[in-house]
Design a protein around this ligand. Structure first.
Ligand code: HDL
Ligand code: ZN
Length: 437
């Protein structure tokens, strides 16, 4: 309840009507530019790595997983098809013979809707003609503008030979596309990484003896100089332990953490994936597992000067992640990752984060792989973020404090870009661990 004295004492632009408040929150969330802190989107200079258009949208591995639930086409037959034949099959099965009510299928509908294309079409002729008529460089501008994505962080793997060649020939001139140095290939399959690095002339061995650690530090230093990443990143399995008795643990201790400290780079951990649960589905074959959040707590406690960004893949880990972030202010939870990027689950996660962390987290990243997915992933994300945030301000109003539009803009800007800018931009600030002065 707003008392007479408070109304006299405080800014005239206080929003005291719940309906007006919801409208203001939706307008601010809709219009505030966002930094998309984790994607697999690349600018056209990356060649075939830059995916765009209806055939790439329909070949998204989320939809591949779904089409096999409604067709008796065999995996072998499917993978023998061309990308275009696969897109025709996926369109017929998921969009013509069935209603596209799954989140990934609805996403394609949202994209087509944005371009004024018929999402009830019997075939892909209209969509293909439209996307083929678009200039790719203009399409990048149009998509980023429409999605109100100011910056995109790519996923860059120095051990990917195709990508490495692009960097050796000049890399990325588009300043809206930032890099992250992804370390999965190095850490999660060290024997194979050692073989590749040795073939590139590095003096490394699978036993991590001799000059191996020094060579890996030099390897990362060189790629950091070339790519200028905003952060180092690793996806980790559901059974990730820290500390542990394996090569990955030694690489984290002796290579990754010292490199993050030396270069003052944030370290992004994406935990809970079970790779290749069904290998015949290829990129669509990964699964989820409940992980051990205490491993992250120990990483944060032992490295207070490192800024960690973390997301977990299992819904069951989300509350623990929020509590861990309350204990360590060098931990920034982010995103509703992959199988969590569904409105019903993302809404729950966002609400509990607002209740436990206030505006001190990053609500979403798109994980987009195809350029136009930025349109639907951010249209859908802004819906569940606005709903959750409206509830927070409405509860605050009921508790006796109204908000102004300026305050809503401040809070949304912090979550959509400020928290990330702080994490990747400023000099490392030694983080305090709650309960210790
Ligand atoms: O490891 C990752 O970065 C994941 O996001 C995978 O790319 C996954 O296949 C994906 O696209 N999730 O959205
Ligand atoms: Zn990803």
């Amino acid at each position: 309840m707003i008392t007479e004295t408070e109304a006299q004492r405080t800014p005239a632009d206080l929003i005291t009507d719940a309906k007006e408040l919801r409208q203001q929150v939706q307008s601010v969330v809709r219009d505030t530019p966002v930094i998309d802190i984790h994607t697999h989107v690349f600018p056209p200079v990356f060649g075939d790595m830059c995916l765009s258009g209806i055939d790439d949208l329909l070949n998204y591995h989320y939809l591949i997983a779904e089409v096999f639930r409604s067709t008796d086409v065999s995996y072998a037959c499917f993978w023998k098809m061309s990308k275009f034949e696969r897109a025709d099959l996926i369109w017929r099965i998921l969009f013509v013979e069935n209603t596209p009510i799954s989140e990934a299928a609805r996403g394609v509908v949202s994209v087509l809707d944005e371009f004024g294309l018929d999402s009830r079409a019997q075939n892909l002729k209209e969509a293909r003609d439209f996307f083929n008529s678009r200039n790719l460089l203009d399409q990048v501008d149009w998509v980023l503008e429409t999605a109100r994505v100011s910056d995109v962080v790519m996923t860059n793997d120095p051990l990917d030979e195709i990508e490495a060649e692009i960097w050796r020939n000049g890399g990325n001139p588009d300043r809206r596309f930032h890099t992250s140095l992804r370390l999965d290939s190095l850490l999660n399959d060290w024997p194979d990484a050692a073989r590749i690095l040795a073939s590139q002339g590095l003096h490394v061995n699978t036993g991590l003896s001799g000059s191996t650690i020094a060579e890996l530090r030099r390897f990362l230093d060189n790629w950091i100089k070339r790519m200028r990443p905003l952060y180092l990143a690793i996806s980790l399995p559901a059974d990730f332990k820290f500390p542990d008795e394996n090569a990955r643990d030694r690489l984290i201790h002796e290579v990754v953490l010292p490199t993050a400290k030396q270069h003052d780079l944030a370290l992004t951990l994406m935990v809970g994936v079970r790779r290749g649960v069904n290998p015949t589905l290829r990129a669509a074959g990964d699964g989820v597992g409940k992980a051990d959040v205490t491993a992250l707590e120990r990483l944060c406690a032992e490295n207070p000067e490192v800024r960690f960004l973390a997301t977990f893949l299992a819904r069951e880990n989300q509350h623990e992640l929020c509590v861990a972030a309350r204990k360590f202010n060098n931990l920034m939870p982010f995103g509703c990752w992959w199988f969590l990027n569904n409105p019903s689950i993302a809404a729950e996660i966002t609400r509990e984060r607002l209740e436990l962390l206030g505006p001190t987290f990053i609500p979403q990243h798109s994980d987009a792989s195809v350029l136009e997915q930025l349109i639907y992933k951010w249209r859908h994300a802004r819906e569940f973020i606005a709903d959750a945030l409206s509830e927070s301000y409405e509860k605050l109003l009921k508790s006796g404090r109204a908000a102004t539009r300026e305050e809503i803009e401040r809070d949304v800007t912090r979550m959509f870009s400020g928290n990330f800018r702080e994490w990747v931009g400023v000099k490392s600030s030694v983080a305090r661990i709650e309960g210790v002065s």
